[in-house]
Write a protein that binds this ligand. Sequence first.
Ligand SMILES: Cc1cc2nc3c(=O)[nH]c(=O)nc-3n(C[C@H](O)[C@H](O)[C@H](O)COP(=O)(O)O)c2cc1C
Length: 105
Amino acid sequence: MRVLIAYSSRTGNTKKIAEAIAEAQPQAQLASLPAEVDLDRYDFVFAGLWCDKDQPDEEWKKFFSSILSKKKPCAIFGTMGSDPFGEALFIVKADNFSKVQKPYK
Ligand SMILES: Cc1cc2nc3c(=O)[nH]c(=O)nc-3n(C[C@H](O)[C@H](O)[C@H](O)COP(=O)(O)O)c2cc1C
């Protein structure tokens, strides 16, 4: 299986997670966003985000939109500063990013 691990990272936390996934998936390709990536070359994509203003950052959103438009199987991972089960929790939906007001465990 051809695997891509693409991540957006400003200060390096999400990059570390991406690298840990890559250690477990040695055949996978790592890419730091923004990147010129041909999604057709991959069967599965890990998409790593960091949280900015309670949202994934814009580069990641753009990348995720292309994953969605190609209906590419994917797994999302991310890092953030606040409580991941607190008020800032967002869920990534097919076409928008909305906050969940109540803790979601
Ligand atoms: C400019 C900026 C804005 C941030 N905004 C949020 C935020 O709104 N909510 C949050 O939970 N964390 C926020 N954080 C914390 C980051 O999401 C967190 O440190 C994350 O792990 C950074 O990932 P990175 O090291 O891969 O860039 C912010 C950090 C920065 C630098």
